[in-house]
Design a protein around this ligand. Sequence first.
Ligand SMILES: Cc1cc2nc3c(=O)[nH]c(=O)nc-3n(C[C@H](O)[C@H](O)[C@H](O)COP(=O)(O)OP(=O)(O)OC[C@H]3O[C@@H](n4cnc5c(N)ncnc54)[C@H](O)[C@@H]3O)c2cc1C
Ligand SMILES: NC(=O)c1ccc[n+]([C@@H]2O[C@H](COP(=O)([O-])OP(=O)(O)OC[C@H]3O[C@@H](n4cnc5c(N)ncnc54)[C@H](OP(=O)(O)O)[C@@H]3O)[C@@H](O)[C@H]2O)c1
Length: 251
Amino acid sequence: MSKWVQGSVVGHRRWTDSLHSLQVAAPEVTFVAGQFGRLALPAPPGSPEDMVGRPYSFVNAPGTGPHEFYFITVPDGPLTPRLAALSPGDPVWLLPRANGFFSVAEVQASDVLWCLATGTGLGPFLSILRTAEPWEKFERVVLVHAVRLPEELTYRDVIGAIAAAHPGAFTAISVVSRGSAPDALPGRIPALIADGRLEARAGVALAAESSHVMLCGNPAMVEDTQKVLEARGMRRHRRKEPGHVTVETYW
Ligand SMILES: Cc1cc2nc3c(=O)[nH]c(=O)nc-3n(C[C@H](O)[C@H](O)[C@H](O)COP(=O)(O)OP(=O)(O)OC[C@H]3O[C@@H](n4cnc5c(N)ncnc54)[C@H](O)[C@@H]3O)c2cc1C
Ligand SMILES: NC(=O)c1ccc[n+]([C@@H]2O[C@H](COP(=O)([O-])OP(=O)(O)OC[C@H]3O[C@@H](n4cnc5c(N)ncnc54)[C@H](OP(=O)(O)O)[C@@H]3O)[C@@H](O)[C@H]2O)c1
């Protein structure tokens, strides 16, 4: 258990029956916006490991506390039903160091940063967009949150605050696939790119010469969106081979 740092739950927001945000006090844990940490609880007796741990993206901005994590409960999942049962005052364990390359520092400057998320993949973008870096590196930022149901359009207050802090530079777009919500586009991200509706709503072009795209969430969305972007000449960004698309898949 020694590699883990003990944190304390200081807040728990239940957005829906399955969507939760946990606030955790653990000041010694540091990260770069867009990175993920690891949350853990003691493993059940008889388990081969001491702890059950899983990666979670930080939602808060670096240097601000408490840490925040946004997650969906996976029925019968080894960890999420237990995280969903935590209350303020309960202990939860974290790794002291964060990981991952899903950050603006890894991305080349361009005109437009497209942040495309499904479900809980919204989390790292909220951290990134609450730092100064994307606004210094890009003239415009478009955040797309694609969910199944209208009630899963969470963090509207945080997104509104980001919009208020960056007038003229920021566009937030909601996408709902199984229902409808005022101002939300219907359908899925890849189709909305392919038929031009996402760009029409954003009012900017999604093109290789002017854009960098960050994709986070459902691996099928990440794969299908990359195919649509490849057709526009946009390829995966790697440190040794700069490109236009940076991805983080959650499973
Ligand atoms: C780099 C990275 C960052 C991650 N960050 C987050 C995060 O910020 N928030 C979060 O909710 N999850 C995140 N995950 C997923 C998380 O680590 C767990 O897998 C998830 O919370 C389920 O844990 P579990 O032990 O209950 O079930 P697991 O046994 O880990 O997962 C069981 C199944 O649940 C499904 N699943 C897992 N995660 C999700 C999800 N987020 N949305 C929908 N279906 C899912 C998949 O089909 C998976 O095979 C991240 C994963 C990775 C690799
Ligand atoms: N505990 C519960 O009661 C509960 C409640 C809700 C969900 N869940 C489970 O949690 C998991 C994830 O739920 P979630 O809603 O956060 O995430 P999700 O299934 O990833 O859906 C989020 C959005 O991504 C879209 N999407 C899926 N595949 C795509 C693709 N290939 N290309 C583009 N977009 C795609 C979905 O559209 P579509 O709607 O068209 O698929 C939806 O709009 C599911 O396995 C679900 O069964 C559990």
